[in-house]
Structures are given as C-alpha cells and as structure tokens.
Write a protein that binds this ligand. Structure first.
Ligand code: FAD
Length: 489
C-alpha cells in the first residue's frame, strides 16, 4: 500500500536498486526480525513532527518513504550495516523517536531508515563520578525514571521528554526546560561513541576535560545524522535535589520582566526554570491567576541546596520588585509542572484545517524585546496568521532564547503559506542579528536559511561532511549541506 502514496518531496535515485537482495544481506547482520520492507513499518518511519509532514499525512500523502527499516541492537551491527550501505551507495537516515520538528528524520532519498529504539540499554551508572553511559535509542522518560530510581536526575526535560531519545537529544543539540541550572545537552555531554559512514568506530574519553586537540566525538553534537550514527552517550548526572522553591511575578511589560531576569542571572543566580510569557500566552496558560491578568508572567523554579536556593529566591524578589512586579505565588509554577508535557491541542487544530508551528531563536539581552516585536509583526503580516505569541526561556548571562507559537488558517495552498510564514520569521530574525535556531535544530526546513546564518562557515561544515562521508549516504538533504530539489524557499 505504501508504494501507491504520493511522495511529495522524495528525491528519486537512479538506477533502480534491488532492495530485496540488500534486505537478505542485512538480515544476516541483524536477524530476520531486524529488517523490514513492510508498508506499515516504512510509513511509521517516513516522517517526524515537522508540521508540513503532518499536513501531508492528513491528506494521505507521505513526504518520502524508506525502502527498508532496520533495527540494529549493537554498535558492531550499526557498523556492519553502514559498511554494506556504503558498498551499495544506499542512503541511511538514523531515526530516534521522530519527535524532531524540522523534517530531519525524513528519508529524502529513500534507502534505509536505521531505527535505534532497540539500542536502549543503560551501559554504566558511575555513581562516584556522576556519569551515566547509555545507548542512543533510550527513551527520555525511561532515562529519567532509571536515574530517579537510583537517586539521581539527568536534569534534561525537553517538552518532548516522553517521545524522544537520548541519541536524538545529542544529534539535535537539544535543550530542556531546566537548562538554566543543569545546562543544555552540550553542557551535559561527557563523551560519545559514533560510527562513521565507512564503519569506523570513534569515541571520546570519560574524563572531566581534555586538551588534546579538537574533540572529534563532540562533532556529532548537532550533526543530525549527517556525519554518522551515535551509538553510545555518556552524560553528567546530579543527585536528586532535596529542596525546591516555586515563585512567580507579574510585570506590566515584557521589557520590564526581561530587565529583571537579566539582573538576576548576571548577579549569578541559576534558577532551574525561568519562563517569561507575553500577555497572550499568560492569559492562555494561567487564566486563573488574577495578579497576571493583562500582564506578562515570569515563573521561576529553584532547586538544590536549601541555603543556596533561599538566597536565589530573595535575589529574584529584589530584581522583580525593582521593575514594579507583583508577586503571583507558587500556583502558576505548579500549574506549569502539571501541564508541561501536554501537546494535544496542536493535533486538534491541524484537524480543523489550521497550520500550527513553533519557532525558537536566540539573541542577546539588548535585542531580546526588539526581536520579539519584529518577528511577531512579520509573522502577523502573512495573510492567514491569527496568532503569533511568545515566551522566553533558557536564559544566559549574555542573552536568552525566544520561542514563538504560530497558528494560521491559510487562505490557499498550505505549503505556500507555510513557506511564507517561515520566510517572514527567519528574515526578520536574521535582519536583527538573532540565531535562527536555539534548540530544535535545522533538519530539512531550516536548511533553507543556513547559508545566511553561517556565511563561509557553512562551506567549512560541507568540507567536514565530504571528508567523513564522501559518498553522501548519511541523511542526505539535511542541515543545509546540499540543495533539495523539491523543497525550496
Ligand atoms: C511537542 C514537542 C516538543 C519539543 N520540545 C523540545 C524541547 O523542549 N527541547 C528540545 O531541544 N527539543 C524539543 N523538541 C524537538 C525534538 O524533540 C528534539 O529535537 C529531540 O532531540 C529529537 O529526538 P528524537 O529521538 O525524537 O530524534 P528524531 O526526531 O528521530 O531525529 C532527529 C534527528 O537526529 C538524527 N538522529 C536521531 N538519532 C540519532 C543517532 N543515534 N545518531 C545520529 N543521528 C541521530 C535523525 O537522523 C534526525 O536528523 C520538541 C518536539 C516536539 C514535537
């Protein structure tokens, strides 16, 4: 059945290839149950959470289809499959749980989807040195549950925790909602093991730091499956925190709140969670909070040593009051904790004909408010857009991430509307000097703006790609490393 679907952006390969024979050879590596050419398996692994892929799927179309889905169970199996793929010049797209938001896991040229979910073991818990080594296909929620059972936390809580893998986090340079205290995935990464396209296995060492040249293993951070396959990851962990403090403040404007957060972070406080919502999102997420009506709410969650977090809490109150904020108590934080993984509303809206998406960018403090206003104006200027709201999270001494939520009811073709909306967002972000992504990565779609983002640096990345993957078999068409014929601006 899958072969009868239209494959909207599939890039055809020539000459036609005998996948039945390749499946036979792969089954000698991973076993008969480890490889499939069934339509259902190919459909289940043909897309991620990229909204365009969802829109096509709802119309009964696929973005592209793999010819085979392969489930390796070990690093040597991954290496053997990649060697075979290289010998036959067959594309390989690694696949975690398909929660990527930009089309990164779509097998644009067909070939093999290498689904890593069966490589999901904990390899080593190092209690004394606070490190854990796991296989890449371990589900995020299972990872945190395992650590909690042993008295630790991984400190990494993306909204997609329950539908993403540890390998996917590293491959996409992810950031969790507790990032201000625990860091983003690159701060947590001690080392990793990866298989290069020719089957060579590379790895770093589990030491606090090394000064022995560039870290080849760290090249895989953010590589999104284009350089090879991540087969093991060692991350920092923390003892479960003893104490927590929840508090929130309502500000007259986003600008006043940003000033308070900047002061707090530059003074050295490290709340685990810092989230500032504009007035539209405040009304949507915290309707029962009277103090926040018509205002921008800031929620803060501190955790760790009781003495340290009490001091941070006092400092937060001082900076908030300096900007005229009203204290709004702990209830908004409790509400956020309860609802933080809910994602059902976008599926409902898609079925009602809407286009729904989120765009996360980053910028300096001085640019944080102007960028929000400029991007909001640009996106509302695209005919059909009914909402462009925003919040800030993931804060640093230098600046912050800005996360915009978009809803549109396009008057005409949805793909054309989607491209116009994104062009408005990306061009306004670039014009004000923002980075076009903070944590969702590039995938297929953001590749359209990678040259503007990076300039000559993109050429250097392309050279690294062709040195490691001269045949270009690893996840073709992603990270803006090459042009994609059927998906252009
Ligand atoms: C509702 C929702 C909320 C989200 N919230 C967040 C958030 O809070 N923070 C955040 O950072 N992201 C978030 N994301 C984005 C997404 O969850 C992350 O990018 C996540 O890291 C992807 O993990 P995955 O296992 O699903 O990877 P996939 O989507 O399967 O793959 C993503 C990319 O990584 C590559 N890849 C996967 N595994 C490997 C591997 N082992 N080796 C090499 N390449 C590999 C794939 O080829 C693909 O290019 C969210 C997404 C959704 C849908």
């Amino acid at each position: 059945m899958a072969d009868h679907l239209s494959k909207i952006i599939q890039e055809e390969r020539s000459p036609a290839f005998d996948y039945a024979l390749l499946a036979e050879k792969i089954s000698a590596i991973v076993g008969r149950a480890g490889v499939s050419a069934d339509g259902a398996d190919r459909l289940a692994n043909c897309r991620d959470y990229w909204p365009m892929g969802t829109l096509w799927f709802l119309e009964g179309k696929a973005p592209a289809l793999p010819d085979l889905v392969v489930w390796p169970r070990s690093t040597p199996e991954v290496a053997a499959v990649l060697r075979l793929a290289g010998e036959n010049n067959v594309p390989v797209t690694p696949f975690g749980e398909g929660s990527g938001a930009l089309g990164g896991a779509i097998p644009l040229k067909g070939g093999i989807v290498l689904d890593l979910k069966k490589m999901n073991r904990v390899l080593k818990l190092d209690r004394d040195n606070l490190m854990i080594t796991v296989e890449p296909g371990l589900n995020g929620a299972r990872y945190e549950e395992y650590l909690n059972k042993h008295g630790f936390t991984g400190g990494h809580f993306p909204q997609s925790l329950r539908c993403s893998t540890v390998g996917g986090w590293v491959a996409c340079r992810a950031a969790g909602t507790f990032s201000t205290r625990y860091g983003k995935i690159e701060d947590m990464l001690v080392s990793l093991e990866a298989v290069l396209p020719d089957g060579t296995i590379v790895h770093g060492r589990n030491l606090p730091r090394t000064s022995t040249g560039p870290r080849v293993d760290h090249l895989f951070l953010g590589s999104e499956g284009t350089l090879g396959v991540i087969t093991a990851v060692t991350l920092r962990i923390w003892p479960c925190p003893n104490e927590k403090i929840y508090c929130s403040y309502a500000f007259e404007t986003v600008e006043l709140a940003l000033e308070a957060i900047r002061g707090l972070i530059q003074a050295g406080a490290r709340p685990a969670v810092v989230r500032l919502y504009d007035s539209a999102e405040t009304a949507h997420h915290f309707p029962e909070c009277g103090e926040a009506a018509g205002r921008a709410i800031l929620i803060l969650l501190f955790e760790g040593d009781s003495g340290i977090i009490a001091a941070e809490d006092r400092l937060a109150a001082e900076y908030a009051h300096k900007q005229g904020a009203v204290a709004a108590g702990s209830a908004p934080v409790e509400r956020w904790l309860k609802t933080r993984f809910n994602i059902g509303i976008s599926s409902q809206l898609f079925r009602q004909g809407a286009v729904v998406d989120t765009i996360e960018v980053s910028t300096s403090w001085t640019n944080a408010a102007p960028l929000y206003h400029a991007m909001q104006k640009a996106m509302l200027g695209v005919k059909g857009t009914v909402l462009a709201s925003g919040h800030y999270s993931h804060v640093y001494p230098e600046g912050t991430a800005l996360y915009l939520t978009l809803i549109g009811f396009p008057p005409g073709d949805k793909a054309e509307y989607y491209k116009r909306l994104w062009s408005a967002a990306m061009e306004s972000c670039l014009a004000l000097g923002g980075a076009i992504s903070h944590h969702h990565g590039v995938g297929l779609h953001r590749g359209l703006w990678m040259a503007q983002e990076h300039g000559t640096t993109l050429e250097a990345l392309r050279r690294i790609k062709s040195a490691l993957d001269p045949q270009g078999i690893m996840n073709p068409g992603k990270l803006g490393l090459e042009e994609v014929e059927k998906w252009r601006k």
